[in-house]
Design a protein around this ligand. Sequence first.
Ligand SMILES: Cc1c2[nH]c(c1CCC(=O)O)Cc1[nH]c(c(CCC(=O)O)c1C)Cc1[nH]c(c(CCC(=O)O)c1C)Cc1[nH]c(c(C)c1CCC(=O)O)C2
Length: 391
Amino acid sequence: MNPQQQPPLTAASAEATFGGLHNATFLRACLRQATDYTPLWLMRQAGRYLPEYRASRAKAGSFMGLATNRDYATEVTLQPLDRYPLDAAILFSDILTVPDAMGLGLSFAMGEGPRFATPVRDEAAVAQLEVPDMAKLQYVFDAVSSIRTALTQADGKSRVPLIGFSGSPWTLACYMVEGAGSDDYRLVKTMLYSRPDLMHRILAVNADAVAAYLNAQIDAGAQAVMIFDSWGGVLSDGAFQTFSMAYTARVLAQLKRQGPKGETIPRIVFTKGGGLWLDEMAALDCDVLGVDWTVNLARARAAVGGVENGPGKALQGNIDPNILFAPPAHIATEVHRVLDSFGLPYQGNGSGPTHIFNLGHGISQHTPPEHVAALVEAVHQHSRAMRVAAR
Ligand SMILES: Cc1c2[nH]c(c1CCC(=O)O)Cc1[nH]c(c(CCC(=O)O)c1C)Cc1[nH]c(c(CCC(=O)O)c1C)Cc1[nH]c(c(C)c1CCC(=O)O)C2
């Protein structure tokens, strides 16, 4: 594979991509352009750590009650944005909607996490799998359009861009075979090692389903898309490339590069535990690589950030979400350390290494909301100061 990058933005595509936004900082950083500060959003920013989310969930009755109703999905997507000056919204949904549409019967039992009624464990079940009819996921695309409308202000411009997302083919396969979360991935790895033919068939169906699903989100108004490869890091070297990365590449190859108005749609790939493979992931046809907290951002930047106006990827991450349990002063110190480890992002007029601040994985439900405010403030304040100091 050759290192890939988006074709350079033209004046017209830049206007289509950034022109309709009050705050395009996130999209600019995704496309390796200079920004006044480092943009941030948080994985699982809409969730149980917010009392207003818990109130909405009680009204809707369940997690899927929220996710399948466009008004509730819109309400909870906007909740973290109304509390904190975050630089992007992320669709409120779940990665497991796709296997649910395949007929596996998703449920979320209170306090237990996700479960599938009919897991995919034998040859007959694998043979039956098909790319689902996207009409079964219409509730997700309706939520995307409804959130875009809710983000639009009186002057017709949006507050911030909306990120759409999906699980990676491998991460979805983990849930589909295990039937739930797992500590040891025994069932899915048993299939991978003893019947690789079955595993390849699941992954091929998943990749084509994920591509159709993300393309429909783009058509509905998603302004960036992210692939969550949450369990890529549990694979061995070799298996990761064959069973996770190759199928993420198969998704990327099918994605639309432009939205309905000619917007460039950045693609983000996050592999939890993927730090050791960044040099190989640099060849994926995406714009941003997300990294967890085990990664040193200076080293990651050297591996994938590239040079000014040459190929390279933006980086997203990577503070340990557990820092949010420490007092605000400690949070600020750790934010400074993460921003400083990336160093000064690109400051020119073309494109170059950039950073999008995020957690290294989803926020814990036990997080105190005031501590999130301290994190957001520290990111914006220190990243501006770094740029001023460099002038
Ligand atoms: C592996 C995975 C899942 N879902 C997701 C992933 C990939 C990211 C990651 O690695 O964490 C992705 C996801 N899930 C959710 C979002 C919403 C957008 C956001 O705010 O980031 C996103 C992007 C909502 C959710 N998805 C879920 C919740 C909690 C549900 C509730 O309200 O009870 C939320 C807010 C449920 C869910 N969904 C999943 C699990 C394991 C669970 C239970 C975990 C838990 O209980 O915290 C599967």
